[in-house]
Design a protein around this ligand. Sequence first.
Ligand code: ZN
Length: 156
Amino acid sequence: MEPTYTSGPTGIWEQRWHQAVIDALNTWQQHLAITLVDQPEQAQVLLERRRPPLRNNRASHGRAELQLLEVQRQGRWQLEPKVTVMISPGQAQPAIQATALHELGHAFGLWGHSDQAGDVMAAIPGGKPILQLTDRDLRTLQWLQQQPGLTQPARP
Ligand SMILES: [Zn+2]
């Protein structure tokens, strides 16, 4: 995980983004083992402070993109997921936090959406920012953690 805030101009806008993203990370960290690393190459999830490019002519404040990379670990090549999360700084702090919480959910494997507007993983966000995981979000996470697959490290 790499919250990139060490380079570039510092200021109130950057601090606001940084704090919102850290708050979102802390929320997930209560339920997942998340390790922050200094080197972007080590990260499986990269956090970027920028507005995602338009997709189908539509603007959005956040996006998570999954790639499969072939990487060498202890002399063996294997496929690993790498997720780039883009979070726009151009929102109020609670909205940035809600966006980060949602997009990090994708990054941690929740690629589907909820049909309930009150959930962090709602397909269509409701009027106010959701800053806490709901019981439904947590049940989805638990279900995911019980599935075999990419979320578990490959055994030698
Ligand atoms: Zn989404």
